[in-house]
Design a protein around this ligand. Sequence first.
Ligand code: CA
Length: 431
Amino acid sequence: MIEPANTTDARLESWLPVAADGDFPIQNLPYGAFQRDGATRLGVAIGDRILDLYALAEAGMTEDVCEPRLLQAPHLNPFLAAGRSRWLAVRERLSALLRVDGDARLRQANLERFFVARHGATMRVPMEIGDYVDFYSSIEHATNLGRLFRPGTEPLMANWRWIPVGYHGRSSTVVIDGTAIRRPRGQRRPPDAQAPEFGPTRRLDIELEVGFVTGPGNALGVPIPARDASEHVFGLLLVNDWSARDIQAWEYQPLGPFLGKSFATTISPWIVTLEALEPFRVRSRLQEPAPLEYLRVDARSSYDIELGIELETQRMREHGAGPITIARTNFRDVYWNMAQQLAHATVNGAATRPGDLYASGTISGSETNSQGSLIELSWNGEHPIGLPDGETRSFLEDGDAVTLRGWCEKAGARRIGFGCARGQIEPAEKL
Ligand code: CA
């Protein structure tokens, strides 16, 4: 009998080689979906490899903790529906199978059956996303956008400190890391013009966000109380909410974002579970005024996740120069936390289902170069971002590639990471 261990204990080591500064030590064990033998399978990242959960279930190494069908589905939804006790049982089994002093069955098996190389693997969106909601929960971002979109007025709307503001996005255009992003066309009205014109967006932007994926969810008409919200959060990933600012500015009033955002949303391929993030759970930001009763949660409902944005232009790529980091920020100080977002999103009785995606909204800090969008970093083009070879950027040009990264580190814990969410801009489709 193998003794269960605290699966985030920094002393745990895997018998597989894992880089000390890598994203995927045995303390992480994030879930994704990858292609193998012409089918999509579920997997868990460990070091430079993917552990094939289909093969593991087939070999009977998990059958006493989880029905095989949950791990042999082509997406995570059945496993997400099973709930936290099942997630924990599987995590403890995976940890035991992968650690040096654990369950030896996997270590003694034919490794080619159970592992594939992570590098070069074709990843898929790991869940069927029924609904996708995007919030607007960073007070620094909401203030900056208020100043840019509505100059001369109070930047925060009267509801902002009372409601986690959000909108329903387009789940069918959520794409996986590495998917090319086609520059969208649409209506835009240039400053001082009387009528709109039509064409490719001239103000293509990014939004650095962290999203969460839901577990069991709630029945229609039965809200999820804030105190229970974490039972319905399976894990987190990186989200890039690509945004066409000129299309957005013309269309967004009075009903909110539409075509300026619905053309594509990129996610990172690995869902980092709340269990793996537990060492990095931190006290949430003080909210003033105090939120209404249904939005009150545990004071420690936020997560300390470092975030970065990298940019690589076509010219940088041709010259062999690596991408450069244009912004760094952190998820911990986002004003409305995930428990509040989920409580609010269901308080009217709206149902959430396994695999739904909720994104934080752009994450911006108050320091220089801590903003999560180009419209903030370049202040609407007034201060273009300087690049090492003399190029500048206010918004994205064709051939530009943007990569989001996220990781957690602190003394006494093993560093874990999210991998990345990358997208490269292709020219607008020829008409
Ligand atoms: Ca957004």
